[in-house]
Write a protein that binds this ligand. Structure first.
Ligand SMILES: CC(C)(COP(=O)(O)OP(=O)(O)OC[C@H]1O[C@@H](n2cnc3c(N)ncnc32)[C@H](O)[C@@H]1OP(=O)(O)O)[C@@H](O)C(=O)NCCC(=O)NCCS
Length: 407
């Protein structure tokens, strides 16, 4: 079987979308929005498709986002997406060929990082991606929880969608600058993902509602949510939060108080909360906020020197890191990281490493959300106990990595 891997042309976009949705179990429809939604977001020259003769049998795309790293710097990231292989052609190495072509392309574009959300967490470690960020799915019944039900949620107001288009992006960017893992949002994202709200995506719930919190100095937070009414003997309505972003603690509290106190809608769900969210500490009975943890952003370091130099570290010091990379042997080697008052530098060294790890483990700890001790116990990081302790302090970061953009 001869498989060719190459970018698609504009004329091939329908076939590409057809194969993509079929692999995920959906059907291509004649919705006139589908083609512009695709073409306005994806760079065709960054796609990679696998062809068996004329037959398109594998898809992959790459968005060009910046990801915030510890300290607030935004680094270019090849956002790996739309990865599929048709079931007629599975397990013959087509994914591997697509991933190699994609990561080589990312390196050619000078992107020091790649990132993705995985459909299955077993797939991408072999390509050097490490699980860098988690999400917490929370669900609560506000009747059983003391969340300031007697307190008015002052400062929260509704916005119509046209006003939300102006108000939300600046708040998003404020939060993005301080939270590792957050992604830049091009115009196409806001248009087609945030504000595009066709009925077919609502699953019986309301249109998206937009609220902002203004404590007096301008908007400091927003929430996007849907409502779904339900009645048994009592009202059992559901609030589903699509996105809640708060630049201040006051905005966080006011938005949660508002969402947890909407009459007739006692059930509140948020599918994606940061692992270190303060809601846990704000309620009188934290166990009543059900929490389920899952993986979110996977990261692949493609340029160790640039990535490690760009991020900030909470303590000064130095560390020699031995990196193994079976996909790109030229990345493999020992790197000296030095952190002082002027920032960090990372460069290759011929000296012996103090800790050793595979590139997927380095990628997992890169955004600061992992405990090296835990990886060391799992045999994923090697070094003396004293060095692991030092490395753990060096790589940790507050706040925890989190991303609100699923791509
Ligand atoms: C996941 C998918 C792309 C794999 O494609 P494929 O062409 O069969 O994969 P390959 O043959 O290139 O496999 C490469 C390696 O990944 C492994 N692998 C592939 N899919 C895997 C899976 N779902 N779980 C665990 N390992 C997987 C293979 O065993 C192989 O391992 P090796 O390196 O030890 O040889 C394909 O099954 C698919 O389209 N699934 C449905 C859509 C999907 O989930 N896409 C991923 C979106 S994030």
């Amino acid at each position: 079987m001869d498989i060719t891997v190459r970018p698609i042309s504009k004329d091939e976009n329908r076939m590409f979308r057809h194969r993509l949705v079929r692999a995920f179990g959906f059907d291509l429809t004649d919705d006139p929005d589908d083609e512009p939604r695709f073409l306005e977001q994806i760079a065709l020259d960054r796609t990679r498709a696998a062809f068996d003769g004329e037959n398109l049998v594998g898809t992959l795309g790459s968005f060009e986002y910046d990801v915030t790293v510890p300290g607030g710097v935004a680094l270019p990231m090849a956002a790996t997406t739309m990865v599929t292989v048709q079931p007629t052609h599975r397990r013959r190495g087509i994914l591997r060929a697509l991933m190699l072509a994609h990561l080589e392309d990312a390196r050619a574009h000078d992107e020091p990082l790649a990132g993705l959300w995985a459909s299955e967490s077993s797939i991408y470690g072999r390509f050097g991606y490490g699980l860098a960020a988690d999400l917490v799915e929370v669900a609560l019944d506000s009747r059983a929880i003391d969340f300031g039900s007697g307190m008015p949620a002052t400062g929260v107001q509704f916005l119509e969608v046209d006003d939300a288009k102006d108000a939300l992006p600046p708040i998003y960017d404020r939060v993005r600058s301080s939270r590792p893992g957050m992604l830049s949002r091009p115009e196409g994202w806001w248009k087609w993902r945030t504000f595009y709200d066709p009925e077919k995506w609502r699953e019986g719930a309301s249109a998206k509602r937009y609220v902002v919190f203004d404590g007096g100095d301008g908007p400091d937070g927003y929430a996007i949510y849907r409502q779904k009414e339900k009645w048994d003997d009592f009202p059992e309505g559901q609030i589903s939060i699509v996105e809640l972003l708060a630049a201040t603690g006051e905005a966080h509290d006011a938005l949660w108080r508002f969402l947890a106190n909407i009459d007739l809608f006692p059930k509140v769900k948020y599918w994606n909360q940061p692992v270190d969210d303060e809601l846990h500490w704000r309620v009188t009975e934290p166990r009543r906020v059900q929490r389920k943890i899952s993986d979110s952003l996977w990261v692949r370091v493609l340029d160790v020197e640039r990535a490690l130099t760009a991020r900030a570290y909470p303590v000064p010091g130095s560390l020699r890191i031995g990196v193994h990379d079976s996909l790109f042997p030229d990345i493999e080697g020992t790197y000296a990281l030095t952190i002082d008052d002027d920032g960090a530098t990372c460069s290759r060294t011929t000296e012996e490493a103090e800790i050793y790890l595979d590139i997927d483990a380095l990628s997992a700890i890169y955004l600061g959300g992992r405990q090296l001790w835990s990886l060391a116990r799992a045999g994923r990081v090697h070094g003396t106990a004293a060095t692991i302790r030092r490395a753990d302090a060096v790589f940790s970061w507050d706040p925890a990595p989190w991303t609100t953009s699923v791509f």
